[in-house]
Design a protein around this ligand. Sequence first.
Ligand code: FES
Length: 154
Amino acid sequence: MEEQIDLSKVDVIIDRYRDKKGSLIKVLNDIQEEYFYLPEEALRKVAKGLDIPLSRIYGVATFYNAFSLHPRGRHLVHVCVGTTCYVRGSDGLLAAAKKDLGIDVGGISPDKQFSLATIHCLGCCSIAPVIKVDENAHGRMMEDKVPSVLRQYY
Ligand code: FES
């Protein structure tokens, strides 16, 4: 069941763009910055407030990878478990990330700052093993460095 969230900020965001045509992406971006994802109820408010079909809003929200329709933390941590990273110890990085964040893969840290996911090859095997936080790849990672890398994002 979706956690009850205060959507009052959505009204403020809608008002900000009410008379600006073609601003749907900016609206969705602002909502995601506020809630770290796009809550369904927020999208309904946008549809009503800006008189845009909900189907179009979902079309845009699902087209861009940057948008998430599911709750997640402020920062998205990907541990690469592709072959090259795996043979260079990514299982240890994953264990370190899980331990440091106190969550499993797919989880959100209690302070909502991080989500943890795995990925099969980030396309930068030459610097394996790699973890990626948001858009930043951290290569030649070592287990004991994981906490300090994550701390950079607080
Ligand atoms: S296998 Fe990890 S970057 Fe390619």
